[in-house]
Design a protein. Structure first.
Length: 139
């Protein structure tokens, strides 16, 4: 009589960090100001405030979703790079200014890739889950 041994996958699943996507909140506020300014002439201030708040909530919510989180990450990257590049503008040395801009750009890209990876890795683990191994042992 044959016996079957089922060996489950023993690797730990990635635990999503729920605090990392909140880094995009400041960028959401920056972009909501732009949305507010564009919407006010058409709908009035009170509805524009509601639209801006809904935009912030949607922006942060999308930062938690797999694949689609690339959109808030790109928008946040633009907003943070634009904000951080004000600092090298105060430096008079051109070479130092370029180096600082490159360092800030690399920092922002790494932060946004972390947010995108945090949202997408659990989804990828589910899609590429390994099936359990089944061994047949003959007696």
């Amino acid at each position: 009589m044959s016996k079957y041994i089922v060996e489950e996958d023993k690797h730990e699943r990635y635990q999503k960090n729920l605090e990392i996507p909140l880094l995009n909140t400041l960028a959401a506020i920056i972009w909501s100001i732009v949305v507010f300014q564009k919407v006010v002439p058409f709908v009035g201030k009170s509805k524009a405030y509601a639209i801006a708040i809904a935009f912030i909530v949607l922006f942060v919510y999308l930062s938690y979703k797999p694949i689609i989180s690339i959109l808030p990450c790109i928008a946040s990257g633009v907003a943070y790079t634009m904000s951080l590049w004000l600092i090298p503008g105060l430096v008079s040395n051109v070479i130092l200014k370029i180096i600082l801009k490159i360092v800030f750009l690399i920092f922002v890209i790494m932060v946004e890739l972390t947010i995108f990876g945090n949202a997408t890795i659990p989804w990828l683990e589910e899609k590429t889950a390994r099936p359990p191994r089944i061994y047949k042992i003959d007696d």
